[in-house]
Design a protein around this ligand. Structure first.
Ligand SMILES: Nc1nc2c(ncn2[C@@H]2O[C@H](COP(=O)(O)OP(=O)(O)OP(=O)(O)O)[C@@H](O)[C@H]2O)c(=O)[nH]1
Ligand SMILES: [Mg+2]
Length: 303
């Protein structure tokens, strides 16, 4: 079951969630043109981004015109259909009887390390008990210790070298070590920042090559991008950069509990074709759920 966001009635009135605003818009009287304009503003302020919003609202106009739709309920239904057709989702499951490697990517502070612990809990529930964490963020001094803390919390072995070690070598050695321990899944932490962007990209490409040439079964290697739902359209730019570097498989949207928006999911799906696999909604180990488009749409459109 997808975790349902609390309604934001207790928040400031200008911070109502997008769904509440859209519901109010549909209750208003006024011209159709004003309605489209306000809808556009709302979707943009809900993090769907300018160009995706334009596409969606243009499509809505077309359908309303072509199908001669007159009542607001049907307009809302069409809007839901258009957004729903934009959403891409994916579930990921480790492949049996082999070592799976999941690289967890994302810029600083989005929730990578926390998400690694949550993912281990999720996959353990799926029956994968032998999970190790690999400390691939060797750039930031505290990163290795933070992963070790999460490893202890989640009951997973942490494979680490020293701060400053070559991340490619850490991942290579982690794969060898996990294979010799008979582990089924490595969740690898990676750096969110380096001296500069091209440095980061080059390191990721190197790691990607290493994993690709050291896995044994198709489908056992995944690149999971973590995006912070509270950063809005920045998330789209981050996704573009990481996707260009390594072809991201899916997204985990974190801190969904801390935002009244959520349109980023639509932008990522529609613009970059990257599916959303999970939503993080708190700091606890169980605060991660599979992304469920129907519940998401209920929430987005306050239905
Ligand atoms: N409310 C909320 N907080 C979260 C969620 N996921 C992570 N956090 C918090 O976000 C902060 C950053 O999380 P980390 O897991 O350290 O993020 P990171 O990407 O590993 O950060 P760096 O290692 O600095 O790059 C921590 O305080 C987490 O507890 C979430 O889904 N909801
Ligand atoms: Mg971290």
């Amino acid at each position: 079951m997808f975790w349902k966001k609390k309604k934001n009635n207790d928040r400031k009135s200008d911070n109502r969630n997008l769904g509440q605003k859209i519901a109010e818009l549909f209750g208003k009287s006024g011209s159709l043109e004003d309605f489209y304009e306000e809808l556009e503003e709302m979707l943009i302020s809900g993090d769907m981004g300018g160009s995706v919003t334009m596409e969606i609202v243009d499509e809505l106009r077309e359908r309303v015109k072509n199908d001669k739709i007159k009542d607001k309920d049907t307009v809302l239904k069409e809007l839901r259909t258009i957004i729903s057709e934009s959403l891409k989702t994916k579930t990921i499951h480790p492949v049996k009887d082999t070592l799976n490697v999941y690289l967890v990517l994302g810029v600083n502070g989005v929730g990578k390390t926390t998400t690694i612990a949550k993912l281990s809990r999720y996959f353990k529930k799926e029956g994968f008990d032998k999970i190790a964490f690999a400390a691939g963020d060797t750039f930031r001094a505290a990163a290795i210790d933070q992963l070790k803390i999460q490893g202890e919390r989640a009951g997973c072995r942490v494979i680490a070298q020293d701060h400053g070690a070559d991340p490619g070598a850490v991942i290579f050695d982690s794969i060898a070590s996990a294979k010799s321990h008979g582990e089924e899944l490595i969740l690898a932490d990676t750096a969110g920042r380096m001296h500069n962007k091209s440095n980061l990209i080059n390191e990721l490409k190197k790691i990607d090559k290493i994993v690709n040439s050291n896995i044994d079964k198709e489908g056992s290697y995944r690149k999971i991008l973590v995006l912070d739902a509270t950063t809005g359209q920045n998330g789209l730019q981050q996704a573009e950069v990481f996707n260009d570097a390594v072809d991201v498989d899916c997204v985990v949207l974190t801190k969904y509990d801390a935002t009244a928006r959520g349109g980023l999911v639509v932008a990522i799906s529609r613009k970059l074709n990257i599916p959303v696999a999970f939503v993080g909604h708190g700091e606890g180990l169980d605060d991660l759920s599979e992304f469920d488009p129907e519940s998401y749409l209920d929430d987005l459109l306050a239905q």
